[in-house]
Design a protein. Structure first.
Length: 130
């Protein structure tokens, strides 16, 4: 299999869409977790663990999107689905709107986290000496 055929097969099996959606949603969840854990000592280790889990899940999601197809009758192995079968899918416009909306939400959480961390006073506050 040459590279051109391989990339065409990735597109046909929707691996690109799964990778894009997974990456953007994982970014959103990591940003949300870092906001929820703000001020906790275990924040960095928890976010690092979450990133590792999402990376491992990313590999699993790509494998599943390569090996299986979502059909009206449920999930089927790709080799059992005819190449010319019409499968339900989102329109490119709907998919783009979904990805952009999730990315904007994640970016807004990132900006909120950055603004909040700059405006928050150092803890504990400095004490005045007489």
């Amino acid at each position: 299999m040459d590279a051109k055929t391989f990339f065409r097969e990735l597109k046909r099996r929707n691996v690109y869409k799964v990778a894009t959606a997974y990456a953007v949603i994982a970014w959103l969840l990591i940003e949300a977790a870092s906001l929820l854990l703000f001020g906790h000592e275990e924040r960095t280790s928890a976010v690092t663990a979450l990133i590792v889990i999402f990376v491992l899940g990313f590999v699993l999601a790509l494998y599943i999107s390569w090996a299986f197809e979502a059909t009206p009758q449920g999930m089927k192995r790709t080799k059992n689905v005819p190449r010319d079968a019409v499968l339900p899918s989102w329109s490119p416009r709907k998919f783009a709107i979904f990805i952009i909306a999730i990315a904007l939400l994640a970016a807004s959480l990132l900006v909120f986290d950055l603004v909040r961390s700059r405006s928050k006073p150092a803890w504990p506050p400095p004490t005045a000496t007489p």
